[in-house]
Design a protein around this ligand. Sequence first.
Ligand SMILES: [Zn+2]
Length: 88
Amino acid sequence: MSNNVSDLLLDGNVAAQLLQRIFVPDITLAKIRCDSCDCVSGVGALTLDASPMGAVLKCADCESDLMRAVDTPRGLWLEMTGARCLLF
Ligand SMILES: [Zn+2]
């Protein structure tokens, strides 16, 4: 085992296999923890506020915004600052 910290710093490509396990499965089966009220809900049970600008998924308990998804000509954006974590 190396004691050199720089040996542990790799680029993001090395995490691809782990990230595919997180993002490829059915997202509606994942659990999400609200950063505001700390409750845990199934993503499929969240309230959706749909608009032409995109989709906002809200906490079922406190109605805080957990996830915002927008499809733009420059790419698909996902913002999750209202969520503490996702569990798959
Ligand atoms: Zn909440």
